[in-house]
Each structure stands twice: as structure tokens, then as C-alpha cells.
Design a protein. Sequence first.
Lengths: 232, 232
Amino acid sequence: MTFPDLFDEFRKAILPGGASGTTLSSLKAVARYTSAREGDAPFKGNGVDQIIFIASGSTKLVAHVSQGREQVVAFHFKGDLVSVPATVAHAYTLCALEDCELVFFPADDFLQIAKQEAQLIVKILERALRSLARSREKAVALGRKTAGERLASFLVTMAERIGWSSEDAVELELIMSRRDIGDSLGLTVETVSRQLSELRNAGLIETSGRSHFRLLDIESLHSRAGHLKAAA
Amino acid sequence: MTFPDLFDEFRKAILPGGASGTTLSSLKAVARYTSAREGDAPFKGNGVDQIIFIASGSTKLVAHVSQGREQVVAFHFKGDLVSVPATVAHAYTLCALEDCELVFFPADDFLQIAKQEAQLIVKILERALRSLARSREKAVALGRKTAGERLASFLVTMAERIGWSSEDAVELELIMSRRDIGDSLGLTVETVSRQLSELRNAGLIETSGRSHFRLLDIESLHSRAGHLKAAA
DNA sequence: ATGACACTTTGATCCAGATCAATGTGGAAC
DNA sequence: GTTCCACATTGATCTGGATCAAAGTGTCAT
């Protein structure tokens, strides 16, 4: 896709209602775009905060703790908006899970322009609050849940974000590797694999190939995830 | 303090530059205030998102996983702004660590009014992004750090937020209990206690009474926390 | 199709931190 | 001051998930 097309994707996703022409053109002036191949890390947290729109593809945001110790802080899919913070206590890297097209802005410039357009900034705030809520949920899982609960939780959450319903199941295409899932849940590859086998044996999920999942019993998964919905 | 005084605290903290009179009076119209005694839980996540300003005192935001399993998602101090989400996967409760005075708004109303005043909403967004950054740091700690690293990390972070320098140390008054600290770091009280003893023995900290801490060697603490600053 | 390699699964052992148990101790109330 | 009790510390043991090791298996390039 060309830059104007990508910017238009961004406009449609974030400002469905439309915005003043001047705001849009100022934004367009500071916007940049880039494409990334699977495995690329187009953004390494450096001096400046970045705001990134995923026009296509999917990414993971990784914090580097030490060599070999990584925490996946979030996954993002087409249409998501990501804030990559400048390096503070840890270095963050945005990494492409598959080929991606990205529109990005330095956060300072973006906010400066957004000030002109309350409608826009409210949208950004709403998305930031949603990211915050998801990050808190992750903290709960990492701090107080067992490996089994984390896996169930992960599957249910991913189903809500990128799953689709079929005849008798919720289908899910999980493009990230078992290692990525482990790094996201604070577990090792081996534990992830064992928990998936456990769920398969219990008849709650089926997998075909490396990335296709069928969730056969969402209710039980919710219950294993320790979600409130289950208690009700 | 009276309601007008509290609202003025809010105004000064969030809108130091001033705002239009109409925005302020609309906000004032939907603002409510409440005081909470130590241990009170003035906000239990219910149907609506709430935005809460801590005019005085300090609080913890707790997620309830199951009976006896709690995760402290964040601590807040005077001047902080908290967003308490409606119950989704887990129930959240804001709980007073000491006597508090709080100004609060239903998030819907607040955002509706804030749309009139881009300056205001930018401030809120900046704070939301800071909360998000802190929540991500917490996820990193919970997912990939040892008990010792978590404690060092916690002390350094708290020092930055509410510590003050004295002759030869950074002083810190930690009003929360060891249990709260454990619930925040995904550890048990016993492990927290053992790690503090370890830091005491290493000569990195001194404690007097239950809540007063003196950090004698911030550099070493950073290093034990696995922070980048340490590597430099 | 076939080969090759990276990813995944399964199994055996180990250890950091949980759990269980007992002893100290700060600080509020009298 | 003295008493009391919730909170904090220290010690002994146990366990979920990590680590180490080996055997499948999907997918891509040829």
C-alpha cells in the first residue's frame, strides 16, 4: 500500500467521525510509515516515545530484562494503536510477528497536534485506557495465577480479540510461537506446551498445524482462567 | 477540607495552566467527593468506570482473583489520578492505606466534558500513559524477575515516587503492609520479609519501625533490580 | 516429493519460592 | 509505664514450574 492509503487506514480506524482538514494535514505532515518483515524490530525504544498504528500485520512489544530473559508486554493486531515508551528502566522493542505496515508519529508532535482536536485525543485516551486495563489483567495473571489459569486466560482473551465463530467452536489463528506465548505469560516453552496438551486431553481445545486453534468449550476455559464470568 | 477546596486541589494538580470557566463549572457539577478511613474500600468496580483524584492520603488498587488470592495492581499517593475500571474479567477495589480525601467522576461524564477542553484531556492522557508504562514495568517484574530483583525494583521505584534525600541516604515511608507489598509483587509475606533481611544484611537498606526505610546504596539497588541504569 | 531445520512435545530432575509452623516486636489503647 | 495483638521475622519442608535432555513434527526451500 502507498503512504496516502495507509494514512487513510489510520484516519478511518481512529477518526471514523472525521476531523478538521487542518488537523489531518498537520498529522499527515509528521506521520511516517514503514513496512517490516517477519522478525524485524522496526522500533527499538530510544530517546523518544513513539505512537504506532498497525495498518496491517501483527506485532509483539518486548521488554528486555537480560540476555535470554524477555517479557512480551503486549501483542497487537491490525487496527491497534501502540505506545512504545522511550527506554527507562528497561528497553522495549516492537517486533513484527508477520509482515507489517506501520504508520508512526513521535509522541510529542502527535500530542501537540492532537490538542487542536479534542475528538481525536479522546479516541487516543480511550485506547490508552483499554491498553491499561489489559496490562492490569496481565499483571493479575502474572502475579497470582497458575500456569493452567494463564493459558486458559490467554486463549479466551485472544479469542475475544481475533477469534471468529464457526459451527461448533471458536476458531483462532495464533501466529506467535510457543516461545512468544511463554514470554507473554511468564512461562517457559515447555510449560506452555504441557498446558496445551492438558487442555487437548480435557477436550477443551483442538489444534491443527502450529497455529490453528479451535476452542470447543469457552465456558470451561473461562472457568479454568479464574474469570468472574465463570463464577456466575 | 471542604468540597470546593478539594476540587481546587484537583484543578491545581491537573490543570495548572487554567481552563475555561465553563469547563471547570461543568466538571464541578459532575464531581463528587468522599473521605475514606484507613482500610475502607470506597470504590468497588461496578457497572461504570470511575476516574478518581487522590486529594490526600494513599490507596491501593486491588484485583480479586479468588478468596485469599489478591493482586495489588497499583499504589497511589496524593496528587495521583486513578482510573478504576468496571468489573470485566476480575473485580477491582480501590482501598485506602490511610485516611483519604477523594474527588471522583464517572468516566463517561468526565470524558464528555473534557472533550470541550483539549488541554485537560491531554493531561489525562499523559497520566494514563504514565500509568500504562508503570503497569508494563510491573508486568516485566512479575513475569521475568526473581524475588530479590522484584524487591529491589520496588524500593527504587517507590523512592522515585515518594522518597526524599537526607544526608547519606534516600528516606522512604512505606505505609503499606508487608502483605500489600507481597500482593503487589506476586510474592508471599514471608518471601518479602526474607528479601528485606537479605538487603539489610548486605548493608543496602536500614529499617526502623515497620514503615521507615533508608536506602543506603541506590546504585546497588538499581543493579539488583536488573535495571538498565545499572548496566551503564 | 524430499530433505532439513526450526519449532513443538514429552520425559526426568532440580530449585526458588510457597506453605506450614513457631517465635519476635512495634505501636496503639488503657 | 504495661498489656495486647496484629504484623513481621525466621526456620523447616514441600511443590509447581524451570531446567536439562531427547524424541517427534510441521513447513519451507529445493
